[in-house]
Design a protein around this ligand. Structure first.
Ligand code: NAD
Length: 495
């Protein structure tokens, strides 16, 4: 059985804990590898290595950092398919989804290639007689990144290219469920010329995370994962004196007004609800219909669900793969049972769909007439289960979203500009789509939800990433004009 090891100081190591976790191919259900799980001692070794590398890396010229990022970018482009294949084999998503994931990560690397421009400070001349004020941004030191299973390549790329380009060194603790592509990235960074120790990968579970949160030499923590853990990371990290970015879970709603383009809305509901088997923090989980929109929309959604090809991610034409683990698949299936018991109308039942016989598959599920007190509405299911809540008015639909504790992403489908503008102004959610179901910002904006979907001080990547991974120094200098003061400078004056 393959053993997946840590990457510390530019080479692989099994660490000291002796503990290991299983890695599966979700499409077959077979265990394919074991991953080492770090001890507190392993955390210390990774942080010590990153701290030692910081001493030089923080002073590396910006042009050198850019050249390394460009070289890394080219290697990721060259190995895009290899990364996508490895990703599909551990996560289960379709190869197309995996290629899309690598592409979105690549865009952040490309943004980080621009670091010389992004780190420019401000300058104000003559704020008082002979006095100038200017700002520079310094890296923070050792940054820890802790990432979820659902985007094992992209989410780490939201973090480390930015952090490293800013002059920090990095210890990545990827999800133990799909750890391999982080190691592929580590090898590519080394090949791109990044000095050993600047980027390290430490596999593990709670023990590794707690070790990082408590380590005095970790200056900043970037986290993406579920809401309870994001809250814990934010509280524990800040208590230990670190700056923390902590993005949490979601329950994303999409409003459909009766005047919407129903084909566009049905395409959106199905791709955003079932894409990546619903294991996306920006997945649409609730479709909120207004007036008679449900009667127009639902037949179109059902038609599309019935045509969805659920198959192993590598298979030609696959549109939805398996869930990540058997435990997770069974948990999602238990929500279908709970929805049925609570009285929602089960329109399509993923448990009885025709599915591949092996692996952790569950078919797309659709509920109608969902009420706000049902667990299929209140909980983040993180699977291919879409709920329809029918409302009488647009105001009721907006209030429902604003009263939900989560605030990651949302969308409205309408052909009325005024209705869209009302949504844009009134909705209390961090990322908003207008006739766009998954409004993920490109790399030159920042990503981040509101309320229980985002703790900590900053959103991720883009301008907020630069601010998070650096601290600002303000300089105020006074240099009175020496000629006016009659000072002999001791060298020939020209002119
Ligand atoms: P998770 O919270 O279970 O795990 C995330 C990370 O935290 C992993 O590295 C894991 O090893 C670690 N972890 C797990 N339990 C821990 C504990 N008790 N103490 C310390 N560390 C712990 O999340 P997941 O299941 O891997 O990923 C899915 C979740 O991530 C969903 O809730 C999804 O919405 C969220 N997510 C959010 C975003 C976003 O941008 N807001 C993006 C992707 C995923």
């Amino acid at each position: 059985m393959e053993l997946i090891e840590h990457w510390i100081g530019g080479s692989s190591t099994a660490g000291t804990s002796g503990r290991r976790g299983p890695v599966y191919n979700p499409a077959t259900g077979a265990q394919t590898a074991e991953v080492v799980l770090a001890s507190t001692e392993d955390v210390s070794s990774a942080v010590r290595t990153a701290k030692a590398a910081f001493a030089e890396w923080k002073d590396s010229p910006l042009t050198r950092r850019q050249n390394i990022m460009f070289a890394f970018r080219n290697l990721v482009v060259e190995h895009k398919l290899d990364l996508a294949r490895a990703l599909t084999s551990e996560h289960g998503k379709t190869l197309d989804d995996s290629l899309g994931e690598v592409q979105r990560g690549l865009e952040v690397i490309e943004f980080a290639c621009n670091i010389a421009h992004l780190l420019k400070g401000d300058y104000s001349e003559q704020v008082s007689q002979g006095v100038d004020t200017y700002t520079v941004r310094h890296p923070r030191g050792v940054v820890a990144g802790i990432t979820p299973f659902n985007f094992p390549t992209m989410v780490p790329m939201w973090m480390y290219p930015m952090a490293i380009a800013c002059g920090n060194t990095f210890v990545l603790k990827p999800s133990e469920k799909d750890p391999s592509t982080s190691l592929m990235a580590a090898e590519m960074l080394q090949q791109a010329g990044l000095p050993d120790g600047v980027f390290n990968v430490l596999h593990g579970d709670k023990e590794a995370v707690d070790g990082l949160l408590e380590h005095p030499d970790v200056a900043a923590v970037s986290f993406v994962g579920s809401t309870p853990i994001a809250r814990y990371i934010n509280e524990t990290g800040t208590r230990n004196g670190k700056v923390v970015q902590a993005l949490g879970g979601a329950k994303n709603h999409m409003i459909v007004l009766p005047d919407a383009d129903m084909d566009l809305a049905a395409d959106a509901a199905v791709s955003a609800g079932y894409g990546s088997a619903g294991e996306r923090c920006m997945a649409i989980s609730v479709v909120v219909t207004v007036g008679d929109a449900a009667d127009q929309l639902l037949p179109k959604v059902q038609e599309r669900i019935d045509a969805l090809k659920v198959a192993p991610g590598e298979e030609e034409g696959a549109e939805m793969g398996p869930l990540v683990t058997e435990i997770h698949r069974d948990k999602v299936a238990s929500y279908i049972a709970a929805g049925e018991e609570s009285g929602a109308t089960l329109v399509r039942d993923g448990r009885t769909a025709t599915l591949p016989s092996d692996g952790f598959f569950l078919g797309p599920t659709l509920f109608d007439n969902v009420e706000r007190n049902m667990s299929i509405y209140t909980d983040e299911i993180f699977g291919p289960v879409l709920s329809v809540v029918r409302t009488g008015t647009y105001e009721e639909a907006i209030d429902m979203i604003n009263e939900n504790p989560y605030g990651n992403g949302t969308a409205v489908f309408t052909n009325d500009g005024g209705a869209a503008r009302k949504f844009q102004q009134e909705i209390e959610v961090g990322m908003v789509g207008i006739n766009v179901p998954i409004p993920v910002p490109l790399a030159f904006y920042s990503f981040g939800g509101w309320k229980d979907s985002n703790f900590g001080s900053h959103g991720i990547y883009g301008p907020e990433g630069i601010h998070f991974y650096t601290r600002q120094k303000v300089l105020i200098s006074r240099w009175p004009d020496p000629i006016h003061r009659g000072v002999d400078l001791g060298f020939p004056q020209h002119g």
